[in-house]
Design a protein around this ligand. Structure first.
Ligand code: ATP
Ligand code: MG
Length: 353
């Protein structure tokens, strides 16, 4: 069998990022090997620890060092005493923007053997993907503060929605829905937000014509949040702006039972730059260093990386191995009510593979 080799950049980051990253890469290698796929890794120690030592999350030429890789795998960045905006604006947002990773994909499943916090949600029923616009929208730097400290103090923040930016995320979501159960829900709030979201809605309706096989609807974000809690099984693909997608994906991950199992991909669909794969959770300093972090979010993110690189079979095998361990054994980490360590769970997945 000929071997296809990919070069990946690995940024384990801080806290439990250091623990779940090796676990995920071990599973990745094992699944890939059987399909003639291999990885060479370059590890970068960029993190909040680096920031505290050297004053920057990554070196000035950091983006140039990453750009030649086939993909980027990130553990988690964050540390007590380092404000979130440091890791966001010092690492994550520059990577997402420079590499045009305009799709943030967050699949959510309720696995058998993992109780959802919601009454009445049965394993296997919930299988949805949140598609979040990742480069524009509400997270813009345009705006400012006026009259600081005076009674008329004010803050203005502009949201930026562009026709190409909305069109490409909406097209991505319709296409994805077409490969799944053929249902798309668009998150909006065009009853209260008078410029940007009516524009979003218009583009969704226009693009829908190109995807006759997909049934779509739109929901205001408030009602959508309520429905995600009351009846998550009704959803297949949900597309939302940067802010709405952020909120929906955390809500949906919580419905699935633990933030520790949620994966994510920051995709550059054109593939002119590397995409980045990372668990949704942060560095979790409260449990870091104890070897009990749940590696599922990282393992599943590695599977998404394999799929993106064009290898859906080993990717599916990884997710099914995780599902089988959860469904048929008691091996699970404390966040899921078990007593297994990170490496015990990882071993169980490896032997299942
Ligand atoms: P950061 O500042 O990097 O965002 P955080 O403390 O906010 O770190 P989160 O990842 O947001 O960490 O998680 C919140 C809590 O959820 C953690 O403190 C931890 O208790 C729990 N948690 C998160 N990820 C995991 C995991 N993989 N396994 C087990 N528990 C986790
Ligand atoms: Mg956090």
């Amino acid at each position: 069998m000929t071997t296809t080799t990919y070069g990946i950049a690995v940024i384990p980051g801080d806290g439990i990022g250091q623990e779940v990253t090796p676990a995920a890469l071990e599973v990745l290698d094992a699944a890939a090997r059987r399909h003639g796929v291999a990885f060479t890794r370059t590890t970068y120690d960029w993190s909040c620890a680096t920031y505290l030592r050297e004053g920057a999350m990554m070196p000035p030429d950091g983006l140039d060092r990453l750009r030649g890789h086939d993909a980027i795998f990130l553990g988690a960045v964050g540390a007590p005493g380092v404000p979130d905006h440091v890791s966001l604006w010092g690492l994550l947002i520059p990577i997402r923007r420079a590499f045009r990773q305009y799709v943030n994909l967050r699949p959510v499943r309720v696995f058998e053997g993992v109780p959802s916090p919601l009454r009445g949600v049965r394993a296997g029923e919930v299988d949805l993907v949140v598609v979040r616009e990742n480069t524009e929208g509400e997270y813009s730097e345009i705006g400012g503060r006026l009259n600081r400290g005076f009674p008329d103090e004010m803050a203005v923040q502009e949201a930026v929605f562009t026709r190409p930016g909305v069109t490409r995320i909406v097209d991505y979501a319709f296409t994805l829905a077409g490969t799944r159960r053929g249902r798309l829900t668009s998150a909006t709030k065009s009853n209260g937000i008078v410029h940007t979201l009516p524009f979003w809605d218009e583009i969704v309706a226009e693009r829908a014509a190109a995807y006759p096989g997909v049934t779509w609807d739109q929901e205001h974000i408030d009602a959508l949040c309520a429905k995600l809690v009351l009846d998550p099984a009704r959803f297949d693909v949900i597309v939302g702006s940067n802010l709405f997608g952020d909120i929906l994906s955390d809500l949906a991950a919580a419905v699935a039972g633990s933030i520790g199992i949620a994966p994510s991909a920051n995709l550059n669909p054109e593939r002119d730059f590397p995409s980045m794969f990372e668990p949704v959770h942060g560095s979790a300093p409260d449990i870091a260093g104890r070897g009990v972090a749940d590696p599922i979010g990282a393992i599943w993110s590695a599977a998404m990386m394999l799929e993106h690189l064009g290898h859906p079979r080993p990717a599916a095998e990884i997710v099914e191995a995780v599902a089988a361990v959860l469904a048929t054994t008691d091996t699970r980490t404390p966040d899921l009510g078990g007593s297994a360590t990170t490496s015990e769970f990882t071993e169980a997945v490896l032997s299942r593979l």
